[in-house]
Design a protein around this ligand. Sequence first.
Ligand code: SF4
Length: 280
Amino acid sequence: MQIKLANSYGFCFGVKRAIEIAEKSSGAVTYGALIHNPLEIERLKNNYNVGYVDSLDKIDTNKIIIRTHGITKEDKEQLESQGKELIDATCPFVTKPQEIVKEMSENGYDVVIFGDINHPEVKGVKSYSKNQNRTFVVLNVDELKNIKLKEKIAVVAQTTRKISEFLKIVNFLVENHKEVRVFNTICNATFENQDAVKELSKEADIMIIIGGKNSSNTKQLYLISKENCNDSYLIENADELKPEWFKNKNLCGVSAGASTPEWLIQNIIKKIKQIKDYNE
Ligand code: SF4
């Protein structure tokens, strides 16, 4: 069995940047996970003394790192009012939709955010709207159909969403409204990893997608892979690999989400090789 890595996989620019910032911020905590990968968070704790808390009440240090996918405007203001030192690791591709939502809502546009209302990035982006009552988060066209929008609409997307799904939202809006300002805020890293997994999953007969199970972009990679290769598996660590998955397989494709560290990917490839040797 051959093992092949996707042409583009793993850490993106925003995550590399956030980790570099964290590695230089000993003693700080991140409010919410810095990136969506539990093992990397553990490494930052053990090697760099950078912790993480999931609620503002639990913060007992003065240095706070703002995670890659941002926080809400209200949380930021609360931390500032407490005199905390904020170290901003928000990815610039996330800051962009925050700014767009602020500006367009100030200019009287209804704002549509294509994304998951429970995702921290989307909560953060939405919080920048000056008119919360006229800012709508939707996951599909059906949800949009239930909303009575004004004629002036601005639309942005969660950075890790599928472009094909975003286009369905945009098409619906353009067909039904006079003025639609479209901001493609899906980031390139997502495109590149998605295109590469699509290609590889067409030729592989088993696909291993590595990443946090709470990571939106890892899940997207898995879903794209599954469309082409039925034997696609999403795993967080090497212990989840099952030898029977690899029986009678010729090509094992491997990809990883944007917040999956290289050391973890290499560990898993090593384990796949051991299983392969054992099966043969
Ligand atoms: S996936 Fe894109 S938006 Fe998210 S952190 Fe990476 S570069 Fe930034």
